[in-house]
Design a protein around this ligand. Structure first.
Ligand code: ADP
Length: 596
């Protein structure tokens, strides 16, 4: 009971999220612990609450400066004294922080892993009453993960050099067994308690769309009042798409590794501080972004594996409120993705890309597909993904598949998807004449079929392994093509991928807004609260969600607290936040209610 009370006292939350309590209890008994919780699962509280209950200090090792700043800002908002030590501090600030630590005012110290190598830091750590070392984003220690960071390998040595070993806790959202084992081994965790939570994110709706125009679909999907991340696979696409969206009058930032660090930082801050609600970015963006109120993550291109996809998509809806994870799929993307992985020498990349393609093309439940990939059980239908909701029907395209395969055989050289499609469509191109493809028996065999559908069937053949793609994106048959050619195996595509030329299906739909369920008056109140939050955040120079998250604002709309005591009932409001904000927010609510 005590730790529930502490949760409410410090963070204003009434119940734990799954796994939090078990991990906290384990840490408090002094046992090393490894928590594997999905993004948005609430990992921070798992080490922050023990830090507050234990008498001494917790050292948090965190990979990114922006992540530390966000966490420290958020803790200080809750009245919890915490600091960070990293290269962003001037030497004056650094010594001021050291003074605060030495005077015993601080409960949590965030540091980058590089700092652990410094002799003076080791000395400081040995002089402090360290109770816990918490390692955030612990998968950075593993080279099997996607964010390997060499200095994470120094953590075990650092802990070993301490005169007294504190309890060690480690946290990640990365699910694969190999990475989990590596974390335990590399961090030298002692007989750790390991908690692996369900990777499901029930509040996320997973969607795959195959639109004719991705750009137009993005416009349809975007609600400029709500935060959205759009991931694209290349810097060029990020630049072009962000410019185009800006031309359409949308508030957009761009982010990729080709920009200067200052420009990247400015873009990131514009997004976090709600000056622009939409960011178009490569996968360089995201780690260290804790923004909880992202309502949509749209993938403009096909990612190269499901681990990265799930991690990026998981940046939507960390606040637990409904959010969408949308993949805009086009068969062309397979070729680009194949090209990207051909640059890497990871032997598993081909198989992982195929799993990603299967996700994009499957007609079964998307959530089940993801969870099965991470080795977790799930029901056959989640009723919250585009496949379950649309009850996807399949179309038998075995005959067309045979025509495509025999056309590729007859072209007698690994040509790309576009030329193969042009030959099947019977296009009168000079290139086709020069190579005498117009003489082939397969020329114009699919002249009545929509070009996109032909490409979708070719993609299905690639995803089933019947066609191989070489480094120049040329197509050739594999032995898996034989059963299809002989009619021993059927080929299906989703009905939505079978586009009838005259009847173009419109797949995109406007995002559901957070306030759809509210009455018009309450919706107005929500907007007014949001504005108040924004102005307070600007005054304090912190992101708006650090003051209150959307769930807290929705609670205020529902409960309409009249005084300090009632304000404390709002989720996410502890005494410190109530002291600071109850007056302003209750006043606004009172004014609002009396006018209406
Ligand atoms: P993670 O690091 O696992 O991605 P965070 O620790 O950033 O997730 O938590 C995500 C969001 O959930 C934060 O806004 C946090 O305040 C909130 N949160 C965490 N635990 C709870 C809880 N028990 N009840 C309600 N909200 C919570």
């Amino acid at each position: 009971m005590q730790i529930e009370q502490d949760l409410e006292k410090y963070f204003g939350y009434k119940t734990f999220r799954p796994g939090q309590k078990e991990l906290i209890e384990s840490i408090l008994t002094g046992r090393d612990s490894l928590g594997i919780l999905p993004t948005g699962g609430g990992k921070s509280i798992c080490y922050q609450l023990p830090a507050l209950i234990l008498p001494g200090i917790t050292l948090v090792i965190s990979p990114l400066i922006s992540l530390m700043k966000d966490q420290v800002d958020s803790l200080n908002e809750h009245g919890i004294h915490s600091v960070y030590l990293n290269s962003s501090l001037s030497s004056e600030d650094y010594f001021a922080v050291l003074d605060r630590i030495n005077s015993g005012q601080v409960k949590l110290i965030y540091v980058s892993p590089e700092r652990l190598k410094s002799e003076s830091f080791l000395q400081l750590a040995n002089d402090l009453p360290l109770d816990q070392i918490a390692i955030d984003e612990a998968h950075c220690v593993s080279q099997w993960g996607h964010d390997f960071r060499a200095s994470y390998r120094e953590i075990a040595t650092f802990i070993d050099q301490l005169s007294e070993r504190p309890v060690v806790s480690a946290f990640t959202a990365t699910a694969t067994n190999r990475v989990q084992e590596d974390i335990i081994h590399q961090l030298a965790l002692e007989n750790p308690y390991v908690l692996i939570n369900s990777f499901d994110r029930p509040n996320l709706t997973f969607e795959v769309m195959e639109p004719e125009s991705k750009k137009k679909t993005v416009i349809d999907l975007i609600d400029k009042e709500e935060a959205a991340i759009i991931y694209a696979s290349s810097r060029k696409t990020v630049d072009r798409l962000s410019e185009w969206l800006r031309d359409q009058g949308l508030p957009v930032s761009a982010y990729h590794a080709g920009m200067s660090p200052a420009d990247r930082m400015a873009s990131q801050n514009d997004f976090i501080y709600e000056r622009t609600n939409i960011i178009v970015a490569t996968n360089a963006f995201g780690m260290g972004i804790d923004k909880p109120d992202v309502r949509q993550v749209i993938h403009y291109n096909l990612p190269t594996n499901l681990e990265s996809y799930y991690q990026e998509a998981g940046r939507a809806g960390r606040d637990g409120l409904p959010a969408r994870a949308i993949l805009l799929y086009s068969p062309k993307d397979i070729l680009t993705a194949k090209f990207l992985i051909s640059q890497s020498n990871d032997p598993t990349s081909e198989g992982r890309l195929n799993d990603m393609i299967n996700y994009a093309t499957t007609s079964s439940c998307l959530r089940q597909h993801i969870l099965a990939y991470f080795g977790q059980e799930a029901p056959d239908h989640c009723q919250n993904c585009s496949n379950c909701l649309q009850q996807v029907k399949k179309v038998d395209v075995s005959r067309e598949g045979q025509m495509i395969l025999s056309c590729i055989v007859r072209m007698a050289y690994p040509y790309g998807m576009t030329l193969v499609t042009d030959v099947l469509k019977g296009k009168k191109l000079q290139k086709i004449k020069d190579k005498h493809f117009d003489q082939l028996s397969t020329y114009a065999l699919l002249k009545d079929m929509n070009v996109q559908t032909i490409k979708n069937i070719i993609s299905q053949l690639i995803s089933e392994g019947a066609l191989a793609v070489n480094e120049y994106k040329g197509l050739s048959l594999t032995e898996k093509a034989l059963p299809i050619l002989k009619g021993n195996k059927c080929l299906y595509i989703k009905e939505s991928a079978y586009i009838r030329s005259e009847n173009k299906t419109k797949i995109s739909q406007k995002a559901q807004s957070l306030t759809d369920h509210l009455s018009p008056e309450d919706e107005e109140l929500f907007e007014a609260l949001r504005e108040l939050r924004y102005s307070l955040a600007s005054e304090e120079n912190v992101p708006a969600y650090i003051i209150f998250n959307n769930q807290s604002l929705l609670d205020m709309v529902e409960i309409k607290p009249k005084n300090y005591q009632e304000f404390l009932d709002i989720s996410g409001v502890g005494p410190v936040k109530a002291d600071k904000y109850a007056d302003d927010f209750c006043q606004l609510i009172e004014d609002f209610v009396s006018i209406k």
